[in-house]
Design a protein around this ligand. Sequence first.
Ligand code: UDP
Ligand code: MN
Length: 308
Amino acid sequence: MRLKLRNVFLVYFVVSSTGLLYALLQLGQQCGCTRQINPGNNIHRWETPHRRGGENMPVIYVVTPTHTRPHQRAELTRLSQTLLLVPALHWIVVEDSAQRTSLVSDLLAQSELQYTHLHVQTPPAMKLKDSDPNWLKPRGVEQRNEALHWLRENRSPKDHGVVYFADDDNTYSIKIFQEMRNTHKVSVWPVGLVGGLRYEGPLVTGGKVVSFHTAWKTHRPFPIDMAGFAVSLTLLLNHPKAQFDPNAERGFLESSLLGPLVTVGELEPKADNCTKIWVWHTRTEKPKLKQEELLEKQGKGSDPKILV
Ligand code: UDP
Ligand code: MN
């Protein structure tokens, strides 16, 4: 009996050691990513499994308004690196500025994404001041409309595509891009951390949107956040006048675009009948730069040649 128990332990020891050794060896192996060298410009790029096979897919046009501020490069870096995980994607970045800035031009040139870089300045009367609460005026409206204008000039209704308005500070799962890819008219899903709720989004019965989970201005025709819908390129191009209304009442910006394009009953619910959160309306804290200002006064500020 004693001998048998020892044998059992011996077998157990050998099996578990082999398993451990195998696991350790696997850790050292390359992941499923393959590193490819782009012969054109000698840029090394990672082709992730998510990004492969985009040749025959409708293109997702991601429209991002952006403006100069201390953390702009951080926001755009994070977003661009999420977008790198998505196949067949074209990033339309529209700066709220009188000219294209070199900060954004350089970031885009190095991003390895397919992109278009536009700019249009928000008229001073419509521009949010530093001291204003951020809800006082709509943000990014002229910029999103500029992207719509570019699409109308450069794409045809026959092109297969979908347009998504992605602010530079939100958080996006790659799943949300998979969900929106096949949009006939307008697809919708819930957005996390918005409207004073854990999430705000469409309520679905029998595969159709019947109402909305929202607590703020519930009479809005489309009480959904900018990050909670995507529009077919064809639909947008077939309605050449459809755009965001810069004078829309607060909260009605999304409705000003969607109203002439679809009815609530026609919305296409995604993300498991709008029960999954794959995009969040996050906001970045304004960086505190008091010490920088003090040092600058002494002529000892941070090196301006170092891009932050
Ligand atoms: N934005 C802009 N100009 C501005 C303020 C904001 O182009 O003067 C952009 C900003 O970079 C973002 C979008 O508009 O991509 C929405 O702005 P923000 O995130 O401040 O709005 P909120 O989170 O309050 O909806
Ligand atoms: Mn935001």
